[in-house]
Design a protein around this ligand. Structure first.
Ligand SMILES: Cc1cc2nc3c(=O)[nH]c(=O)nc-3n(C[C@H](O)[C@H](O)[C@H](O)COP(=O)(O)OP(=O)(O)OC[C@H]3O[C@@H](n4cnc5c(N)ncnc54)[C@H](O)[C@@H]3O)c2cc1C
Length: 346
């Protein structure tokens, strides 16, 4: 492991200045992703700027919702009463991720900027365009690992998927990300934070070097009060999503869908807002057939390789299951659990 310098600035502007001035510097928060990468040799920064103790750890009520500091721990965010009542999909997404120990260390900001779990990205002995631009992509769609690949929005340069459960829930919330750079603060819609790989798969997000996430803002809405997160995975903990669905719904007095939010995880290089499916459902009577057809309409854009084609049916079924949990009186009760769902999420 390369030796690195370590800096613990006392305010966010100092942290931003330190990283911006040095192309070889990185922010360090809880370290649950970055320290693994140091050990694996995926990254070897010359300077680590520790942002974990910056005063960005409050959850505050705002006029129309909540502001969550970037250093709020995943465990604290999942346990927060306001989050659990106003944005249950956020709490559920967090509880579906990692393990209790990791959630006690991982931060909100670091969670959003965590990097892909693609085996080839994490294995320095294999070419990977994300780790080493221009080196090629080792992903073989027909081999066992092909089952983890994207089915939407992939490019010939990268077929991996985004790992964060929280980011998928925040996509359904239409969260706003607060960012600090050398030019001052700016806001980014969560939709615009993560990107599709295109021909620059090395760029996971639209953040510039040295830009620090300082907080997240959530707007209160009835569609998010009745919301949930369903994650399908290989085992109950320490497993990333094969597919996941963040869903919220609001019905009017006549039983028509007044509003609906759907975002999918495990299917693309970024959280996938299922806007086509939402449009198909809005204003219509809710039924299982309508949900299946809406998901199908969204999946018209999918280009699954054979190894990952099973995700088509899986994400469609997980979408039905998520909405069923929210409106069992309309869509019918849920029988059985999602494979691998842990006790604390139920
Ligand atoms: C075994 C295991 C299982 C896991 N399972 C899941 C899972 O199922 N679902 C899931 O969603 N996650 C999972 N995770 C990932 C975990 O959630 C992330 O590692 C964690 O959220 C990262 O937060 P951190 O504070 O530790 O970030 P760090 O590791 O400190 O940093 C991660 C990245 O974010 C950057 N960064 C940190 N803070 C900021 C900031 N404020 N602004 C800009 N950049 C910043 C760092 O420079 C670094 O590039 C798992 C991790 C492990 C080790």
């Amino acid at each position: 492991m390369r030796e690195y310098a370590y800096l613990r600035p006392s305010d966010p502007a100092q942290a931003v200045a330190a990283v911006s001035e040095d192309p070889d510097a990185r922010f360090l928060a809880g370290g649950t992703n970055l320290v693994d990468h140091l050990k694996l040799g995926i990254t070897a920064p010359g300077l680590l700027v520790d942002v974990r103790r910056l005063p960005l750890d409050a959850i505050e009520q705002t006029a129309d919702g909540l502001r969550i500091g970037a250093n709020v721990l995943n465990s604290d965010l999942a346990a927060d009463r306001a989050v659990r009542t106003g944005w249950p999909l956020v709490a559920r997404a967090l509880l579906a991720g990692a393990s209790g120990q990791i959630r006690n260390q991982a931060t909100t900001g670091g969670n959003l900027v965590q990097r892909t779990r693609c085996v080839y990205f994490q294995d320095r002995t294999t070419p990977c365009n994300k780790r080493e631009p221009g080196s090629g992509c080792s992903a073989d769609h027909e081999q066992a690992y092909g089952r983890y690949n994207a089915i939407l929005g992939a490019s010939e340069h990268c077929v991996t998927v985004h790992p964060s459960d929280l980011a998928v829930a925040l996509a359904a919330c239409e969260a706003t990300v607060e960012v600090l750079g050398t030019a001052g603060p700016r806001e980014v819609a969560i939709e615009d934070l993560h990107r599709l790989p295109g021909d620059e798969p090395e760029r996971d997000t639209t953040l510039g070097h040295g830009e620090l996430i300082t907080g997240i803002r959530l707007q209160r809405s009835p569609v998010l009060e009745r919301s949930t997160y369903v994650k399908v995975r290989d085992r109950a903990s320490f497993a990333f999503a094969l597919v996941s669905v963040a869903a919220g719904i609001e019905l009017d007095d006549a039983g028509l869908v007044r509003d609906v939010r759907l975002a999918w995880g495990g299917v693309a290089h970024k959280p996938w807002r299922a806007a086509v499916a939402e449009d198909a459902l809005r204003g219509s009577p809710l039924s299982e057939t309508a949900v299946r057809e809406a998901a199908e309409a969204e999946l018209a854009q999918a280009r699954p390789a054979p190894g990952a084609a099973y995700k088509m049916a899986m994400v469609r079924n997980a979408t039905v299951l998520a909405l069923r949990r929210l409106v069992p009186d309309v869509l019918g009760d849920v029988r059985g659990d999602v494979r691998g769902e842990s006790e604390e999420e139920r």
